[in-house]
Design a protein around this ligand. Sequence first.
Ligand SMILES: C[S@@+](CC[C@H](N)C(=O)[O-])C[C@H]1O[C@@H](n2cnc3c(N)ncnc32)[C@H](O)[C@@H]1O
Length: 344
Amino acid sequence: MRVVTEFTSPHLLALTNSGSERALKGEVVAAGLGWRPGFQAKGMVAFKAGDGVGEFGREALRERLAFARRVSLFAGKAGTREGAEEVVRGVGGAGMVVHHLGLEKGRLVGMGGGVGEGRLADGAVVGTVIEVGPEDYWTGLHWHGRLLSPDPGGASGVEMPEDAPSRAWLKLEEAVRFFDLRFRAEDVVVELGCAPGGVILALLRRGVSVIGVDPARLAPVVMASAVAEMPGAGVGGTVPWVVHCRKPAALVSKRDLGGRATWFMSDMNQSPAVAITECRRCIGMCPSIRSAVITLKLTDFAEASAQGEWLAAMRAMGFRTVRLQQMAVHHRELALVGLERSEK
Ligand SMILES: C[S@@+](CC[C@H](N)C(=O)[O-])C[C@H]1O[C@@H](n2cnc3c(N)ncnc32)[C@H](O)[C@@H]1O
């Protein structure tokens, strides 16, 4: 089967959360990419190449923009969904995966699902068809790769179970799909700002144990797995547990965190600067931590102009791969992800 490996286009399509379009355009300017914003619709900004940039090619898709859930090379337009699918398949080949997106309650979401489909292979050609308006379908094409969401427009469409104590359940599950995060039964996650326990519930159901730090109470559904002290490695079989360390992050000691945490998460409602300071201190006490997902809460998207500092802070903590990403489930939030932390 023919697999297209190169394609150039005068336009890029960037998909973002509704309300983040301005932040995305500001980020492109700040990065000095020379992309000029053109047509814009809810959740989508089309960019054209500025003077001297010429056409966009595959390398333009390697730019990592926190506010873009998906960037693809514009492949053409059509008046119907079927016509648009034909347009993009004409460029990417008959065997390509094609995602369809449309507006639902003002947000661009996948139509016909995406969740439940297998993982996409690295290099797989993916077409995206976006219903921009009645009889107005825009199409784009990109290649799947590491740390790119496999879901339509980067929106997993995962639905929260009724017993989830908070929307944070969705944030964890979406991050797992977006970044292809993998957990092992022996993993222990430290989470700062863990109450009422949406993330903990998602982790417990994935078979992973948690040391949760928060002065606030945990919901009964997660307290059902609570133990007073962290069991020794290999003790207690494969039943995941949670230890609730009921204090603010600043009072946490090395002893509270045990000696074998492998993952780190934070979801505190604090400014990015405070959150990163607390995270740095706790991660510094756990040499065995390899991966981290830190939710940064913004009062204004303009705060994201500090993203270079946040990414540098993650690198300084020892994470070799770092990413800042707004996910579909986020409101005024961003995920700061660190992977492959090396021994210090
Ligand atoms: C958005 S909620 C967290 C949701 C949680 N991750 C979940 O899965 O349900 C924010 C939490 O951060 C906690 N928090 C704020 N500042 C904190 C601090 N300095 N140390 C620990 N927790 C903090 C609050 O008590 C609150 O429960």
